[in-house]
Write a protein that binds this ligand. Structure first.
Ligand SMILES: NC(=O)c1ccc[n+]([C@@H]2O[C@H](COP(=O)([O-])OP(=O)(O)OC[C@H]3O[C@@H](n4cnc5c(N)ncnc54)[C@H](OP(=O)(O)O)[C@@H]3O)[C@@H](O)[C@H]2O)c1
Ligand SMILES: *[C@@H]1O[C@H](CO)[C@@H](O)[C@H](O)[C@H]1NC(C)=O
Ligand SMILES: *[C@@H]1O[C@H](CO)[C@@H](O)[C@H](O)[C@H]1NC(C)=O
Ligand SMILES: *[C@@H]1O[C@H](CO)[C@@H](O)[C@H](O)[C@H]1NC(C)=O
Length: 324
């Protein structure tokens, strides 16, 4: 009898321990955000949605930037049920279209005088290869070039705030790619390598930008950081065959329950980057702690060079010189 009981207790303890371990860090900052305007892209689902709830609880004025404004409206209603006083705006934004990014930024600039936070959260993973209306690979444009352009369009409003923060939601997947992949995927997008590589490059690009932009903004009030949310159970896996197939998903379920974070847990590092009193910039957070990205992602020279390459391929959008 005692054997069974102690067996159950031990198994329960181990299960709990494993779940706690993979749940990762929790942001313990109690900072309030009353009256501060924060834009969250891809706010209608997963990490972006969970983060929006956290920010609304702390009093932020939210702009939910969604490509499907109807889904955005549903999230707004859910937030208002829990926090009736929340101030929430829904705006249309499709990161895979530069004209949409431009319209969004114009709209924000005409309605808001300053922005405290920009969270570049929206992203796609393992997407079938598609070329966007602007002739770029869809993963690179959605996850990297779109946020790049958006960030630059909004810099003026960010600089107008007493303090401002940009958070780029990157991924550990940036470790899967090498320097050659980075160059190849970005410069010759026809050299498509794999869905994983395309994703890894877009996320590595985001971290390199965090670095280079943090340098360019070093004497301003704007701090910029990248975060890795961890392995989170969201819709991001919709294109991944092993997880979008219900049978395969069911097989993996017992393990996923233990090791995969909930969206709320996944939102903690982004939340932390917005709230922490540590104003260091150009950093990479994982589990609410400063962490080190891959060696390529930490290389200032590559970051600078990659910024140049990005401006080159975006010459039609920005002209030849950056205006930031
Ligand atoms: N889940 C993970 O394990 C994990 C791990 C590392 C990094 N991340 C990163 O975390 C971020 C959030 O992902 P998630 O896991 O929360 O996934 P998700 O539930 O699929 O949410 C992604 C969001 O991005 C939006 N989006 C996609 N394409 C867009 C476009 N062209 N324009 C505007 N919005 C667009 C989606 O809108 P729709 O609903 O309209 O599609 C959705 O709101 C992503 O950057 C992802 O790479 C996730
Ligand atoms: C901004 O977008 C909102 C919602 O889409 C719209 O109601 C508003 O008129 C737009 N404002 C401007 C100045 O374009
Ligand atoms: C976020 O990434 C975009 C590129 O996608 C870049 O323009 C911007 O500088 C980055 N911001 C930060 C804070 O890294
Ligand atoms: C802030 O982060 C930096 C690393 O960039 C670290 O050296 C410093 O000790 C941190 N400051 C505090 C108060 O935690």
């Amino acid at each position: 009898m005692w054997k069974y009981i102690s067996g159950i207790v031990v198994a329960g303890g181990v299960t709990y321990g494993v779940m706690r371990y993979f749940a990762g860090g929790i942001c313990r900052c109690t900072t309030r955000l009353d009256g501060l305007v924060i834009i969250v892209t891809g706010a209608n689902s997963g990490i972006g949605k969970a983060l929006s709830f956290e920010l609304a609880r702390r009093g932020a004025t939210l702009i939910l930037a969604c490509r499907d404004t109807k889904k955005g409206l549903d999230v707004k209603c859910e937030i208002l049920v829990e926090i009736p006083s929340a101030e929430v705006y829904i705006k249309h934004l499709d990161l895979a279209s530069f004209s949409s990014v431009y319209k969004f930024s114009q709209n924000i600039s005409s309605e808001f005088r300053e922005i405290y936070g920009l969270v570049n959260n929206a992203g796609i993973f393992y997407h079938p290869q598609t070329i966007t209306e602007n002739n770029f690979d869809i993963t690179l444009q959605t996850n990297y070039l779109g946020p790049f352009v958006l960030t630059h369009y909004l810099l003026k409003l960010l600089k107008a705030s007493d303090h401002a923060r940009i958070v780029n939601v990157s991924s550990n997947a940036h470790r899967m790619v090498n320097y050659y992949d980075l160059q190849a995927v970005t410069t010759w997008q026809s050299e498509f390598r794999s869905h994983f590589i395309a994703y890894g490059v877009s996320k590595l690009g985001l971290i390199l930008f965090t670095r280079e932009l943090s340098k360019q903004l070093s004497n301003t009030n704007v701090i910029v950081n990248a975060v890795d949310p961890g392995n989170v159970n969201t819709n991001i896996f919709r294109y991944l065959p092993s997880l979008s197939n219900p049978w395969l998903y069911a097989l993996q379920w017992p393990i996923r329950v233990l090791v995969v974070k909930s969206p709320q847990q996944g939102a903690q590092s982004a939340l932390h980057a917005l709230l922490t009193s540590n104003r260091s910039t150009g950093q990479y957070y994982s589990d609410c702690k400063l962490s080190l990205p891959s060696p390529i992602a930490s290389n200032d020279k590559i970051a600078k060079e990659y910024y140049r390459i990005t401006l080159d391929i975006l010459a039609d959008i920005f002209g030849t010189e950056s205006d930031c």
